[in-house]
Write a protein that binds this ligand. Structure first.
Ligand code: E4P
Length: 220
C-alpha cells in the first residue's frame, strides 16, 4: 500500500519526501488556503520539488466549475504544468463526464468527494486513475467505514478496473490499518497523522531500556 501526504505545506511535503519516502501528495483548495501561499506559488514550488521523481501530486480544479467543458479547459492547463500532476475532479455528473474525456486525452484524474460505492464504480468506468473515498468525513458524521472501503476495493477487483483506490481524509492510524486490511492501494493522511502513527511510546521505552543495558555492560 502506498502512503501519500495530504497537504499543501511545502515544508511538510519536503520533510515527508526526505524522511518517509512518501509516494504521492494530495491537495485540495482547503489545504492550499491553509498553506498560506497562493495557488500559483504552490504550483511553482511543488513542480520543482517532485520534478524527475515518480511522486504524483493531485491538484484540484476550481470547485465552482459546473460544466464539463469548463472543467476540461482547466484540467488541461493544470496537466500541462507537470508530468507529476494528477487532476482532481469532483464526483458529480459533469465532473465524471469530464473525467471520461480527460482519460481519452491521456490525462490522469483523481476523482474526489466519493461517498458511495456506485460513485466509485461510475468514476472507474469513466477512466479515473485514482478514486478518493473520504472516510474521515463519513466517520465524523456517524457512518461506519469497514464495509464502505472493503466493498469498493472488492468491486474494483471484481471488474478488473485499472483505477487505484486511494482512501482519503484519513484521521487516525486505525483508519490506515483498516484501509490496508481491506486491500486499498493507497492512503492519504495529514502530516500529524503519520507522525503519530509512525511513533510508539513502547518503542521509546524499549530504546531507553536497551540503551541503559548497553551502558551497564562491561566493555571488551
Ligand atoms: C484527499 O485527497 C483530500 O484532499 C482530503 O483527504 C480531504 O479531506 P480533508 O481536507 O478534510 O483532510
Amino acid at each position: 500500500m502506498k502512503f501519500f501526504l495530504d497537504s499543501a505545506k511545502i515544508d511538510e511535503i519536503t520533510y515527508a519526501i526526505n524522511n518517509w519516502h512518501i509516494e504521492g501528495i494530495t491537495t485540495n483548495p482547503r489545504h492550499i488556503m491553509n498553506s498560506g501561499i497562493t495557488r500559483g506559488e504552490f504550483i511553482k514550488e511543488i513542480k520543482k520539488l517532485v520534478s524527475g521523481t515518480s511522486i504524483t501530486v493531485s491538484v484540484e480544479v476550481n470547485p465552482h466549475l459546473e460544466t464539463k467543458n469548463d472543467i476540461l479547459k482547466e484540467a488541461k492547463i493544470l496537466a500541462a504544468e507537470s508530468e507529476n500532476f494528477v487532476i482532481k475532479v469532483p464526483a458529480f455528473e459533469q465532473g465524471l463526464n469530464a473525467v471520461y474525456d480527460l482519460n481519452q486525452l491521456g490525462i490522469k484524474t483523481n476523482v474526489t468527494l466519493v461517498f458511495n460505492a456506485v460513485q466509485a464504480i461510475q468514476a472507474s468506468k469513466m477512466g479515473a486513475y485514482y478514486i478518493s473515498p473520504f472516510v474521515g468525513w463519513r466517520e465524523e458524521r456517524g457512518e461506519m467505514n469497514i464495509n464502505f472501503v472493503s466493498d469498493i476495493v472488492k468491486i474494483i477487483k471484481n471488474y478488473g478496473f485499472k483505477t487505484e483506490v486511494l482512501i482519503a481524509a484519513i484521521r487516525t492510524a486505525k483508519q490506515i490499518t483498516e484501509a490496508a486490511i481491506a486491500g486499498a492501494d493507497i492512503v492519504t493522511a495529514g502530516f500529524d497523522v503519520y507522525k503519530t502513527a509512525f511513533e510508539n511510546p513502547f518503542t521509546d521505552m524499549g530504546l531507553k531500556i536497551f540503551g541503559d543495558s548497553w551502558d551497564k555492560t562491561k566493555s571488551d
